[in-house]
Design a protein around this ligand. Structure first.
Ligand code: GRF
Length: 197
């Protein structure tokens, strides 16, 4: 069983999808803890409800925060770190420490619309198709090797919430699938390419 650590900053619906998949044993792993930068994150309530240990990292400045986060995560010694709506940039040291052990879910078909407000970016651009991407984390913002992507249609009169809802539903399934593959040791990374054994 792989030890999974989840980092989340908000609502935690992706975190909940992982909890459910672990409960059903779809994922051969155990969520060992949730770490959040946000003391008001709804994800923390979900951890509490499911008896998952949680930690809030709060520090005044970025270097102190980065240090505390790294120390906390090293102590938990995870096999996999999942960024499930984690809204902060990880330090270079953190990414190097957990090289190819961090995966992220992003609400667009990367490399289109990296960064914040991806769904709004897709609508403003006039895309006909958007979706979500599960990828390994490297030093860039949403630039790491892509594991899985799922597409959804964009309809002419979609609002941002419409598109967010349509993509979110696919995020849950795609993230769970990515974590299943990781925990089953099915992912082989060669430079930018991820092969599924
Ligand atoms: C998701 O859209 C995720 O892709 C993005 O932030 C949102 C988090 O949603 N990075 P939730 O907290 O998992 O409900």
């Amino acid at each position: 069983m792989k030890k999974i650590l989840v980092l989340a900053s908000g609502r935690g619906s992706n975190f909940q999808a992982l909890i459910d998949a672990c409960k059903k044993s779809d994922i051969q792993g155990k969520i060992v803890a949730l770490v959040s930068n946000n003391p008001h994150a709804e994800a923390l309530n979900k951890a509490q409800q499911h008896d998952i240990p949680f930690f809030i990292v709060g520090a005044k400045n970025k270097s102190e925060y980065d240090e505390q986060l790294l120390t906390q995560c090293k102590t938990l010694n995870p096999d996999l770190i999942v960024l499930a709506g984690y809204m902060k940039i990880l330090s270079k040291k953190f990414i190097d420490t957990f090289h190819l052990k961090i995966i992220n879910i992003h609400p667009s078909l990367l490399p289109a619309f990296a960064g914040l407000h991806a769904q709004k970016q897709a609508l403003e651009y006039g895309s006909r198709i958007s979706g979500c991407t599960v990828h390994f984390v490297d030093h860039g913002v949403d630039t790491g090797p892509i594991i899985l992507q799922t597409a959804v249609p964009v309809f002419p009169h979609d609002t941002v919430p419409d598109l967010e809802t349509r993509i979110l539903e696919k995020e849950h399934a795609t993230l769970v699938q990515g974590v299943i593959l990781f925990c089953d040791d099915k992912l082989v990374v060669q430079e930018r390419n991820v092969y599924i054994k």
